[in-house]
Design a protein around this ligand. Structure first.
Ligand SMILES: [Ca+2]
Ligand SMILES: [Ca+2]
Length: 407
């Protein structure tokens, strides 16, 4: 397996390289090959060309090559970082973006990647925190994996390791479509353009010899999602229609039993306020792999799809429950949850089949599938709502998505 992988990567490296790595000669060979541990040295930060593969976000600040050996981990140079952000105490944390696909298109396939690791030197006088995440393509938009926090001791090198949690990431993200690796730095309130705050070196992608685990969905009888199982933390994702990205829902696993209708965990859906009513539409969806595994075909006769929702805000808004049934169309049902209490939402699966009937066929022809047999996605969606401050934001908890036999 490892030999195959190395062979595949070598083939790729023989081909003309894309983007910023297209520099033809010198440093190429030793800069990109798997070592005996299966690690690919993506960036050693030895040449200026490598810097073309990097970008920044939230006005990152500056990054330049350093050749002071005191701040080099491997080779002769490293990357010196001055993440200033916008220079305001309140501005967002600046981040550095590393894009393996800019070095080589083949490197966007993370399905056999175990982890990403790099060395970083904290040149500040105090300990600092950074956060790391991936951006993967999904069925809808590119989405971020959980941001992990790392503490960097002052005046020291720290090895940062971000594990590629393939088993859980595979529920929602496309493992073959890694878009970015982000490193977030603390926002600096005062601009000091010339100060070098951090040094980055030895940026590696570690490949696995064996096939890595993929989504492993285990459902009890009548269960769709209770949020009690570990993998269910990764089972939902956000999406929307129109210019929604600034008001995107923030999903998290709630572990406070007060906000769980079953067990001790539920899904917390934080809905930030927007500007104009219904100017965009915001939704959360379930993993399409879960929808498939739940097997609606099995339940469609005499069962309902049921869940509980708690509205922890002061107003009630219209929320639409959507079942996406492929070419057959979408079955949509509105629900409202009164503030400060649990509301049960219930859909008879026979209603979905009745509302989205199969096309007529001639006698003797094969009967087309029912709408339930075509369900490939489930979402809760609401319209953008205006507000002035975070006090206008809304919070909902969802729990115990299940199938129930009709009475
Ligand atoms: Ca180096
Ligand atoms: Ca629960």
């Amino acid at each position: 397996m490892k030999k195959l992988l190395i062979f595949a990567l070598c083939l790729v490296l023989l081909c003309p390289l894309a983007g910023c790595a297209e520099r033809g000669d010198e440093t190429e060979n030793n800069a990109s090959a798997l070592d005996e541990n299966g690690n690919l040295l993506l960036h050693d930060f030895e040449s200026w060309d490598e810097l073309n593969c990097l970008t920044g976000g939230e006005y990152f600040g500056k990054y330049v090559l350093n050749d002071d050996p005191a701040y080099v981990r491997t080779g002769a140079k490293s990357l010196a970082l001055t993440p200033t952000g916008y220079g305001l105490a309140t501005s967002a944390d600046p981040y550095l973006v590393v894009q393996p696909s800019k070095v080589n298109e083949a490197y966007k396939d993370f399905s056999s990647v175990k982890k990403v690791q790099f060395d970083i030197f904290n040149a500040n006088e105090e300990n600092k925190e950074i956060e790391v995440s991936f951006f993967y393509g999904t069925a809808t938009a590119a989405l971020e994996t959980p941001r992990l926090k790392y503490t960097l001791a002052a005046g020291k090198w720290t090895k940062i390791i971000y594990n590629n949690d393939t088993e859980n990431f595979d529920l929602v993200y496309n493992l073959k479509d890694l878009r970015e690796i982000r490193i977030y730095f603390e926002n600096v309130a005062v601009m000091e353009e010339e100060a070098k705050h951090y040094y980055l070196d030895n940026f590696e992608i570690a490949y696995s010899e064996e096939a890595l685990p993929t989504a492993n969905i285990a459902l009890e009888e009548n269960e769709f999602c209770t949020f009690e199982k570990e993998y269910q933390e990764f089972i939902t994702y956000t999406s929307g229609y129109g210019p929604y990205t600034d008001y995107e829902a923030v999903l998290s696993l709630n572990k406070d039993p007060i906000y769980a209708s079953e067990g001790s965990r539920s899904l917390k859906v934080y809905c930030p306020h927007g500007v104009t009513q219904d100017n965009s539409w915001i939704m959360f969806r379930f993993s399409d792999k879960l929808v498939k595994a739940a097997d609606f075909a099995k339940y469609q006769e005499g069962y309902s799809f049921v869940f509980d929702v708690y509205n922890d805000s002061s107003v009630s808004m219209r929320i639409e429950l959507d079942f996406f049934a492929g070419d057959r169309g979408t079955y949509a049902m509105n629900f409202y949850a009164e503030p400060g209490k649990w509301t049960e939402v219930r859909v008879a699966l026979s209603d979905i089949n009745a509302k989205l009937p199969p096309p007529k066929v001639e006698e003797g022809e094969e009967q087309p599938p029912t709408a339930c047999e075509l369900i490939e996605g489930i979402a809760c969606i609401w319209g953008e709502f205006p507000g002035d401050s975070t006090a206008d934001d809304r919070v909902y908890y969802y729990d115990n998505f299940r199938f129930e036999a009709n009475a």
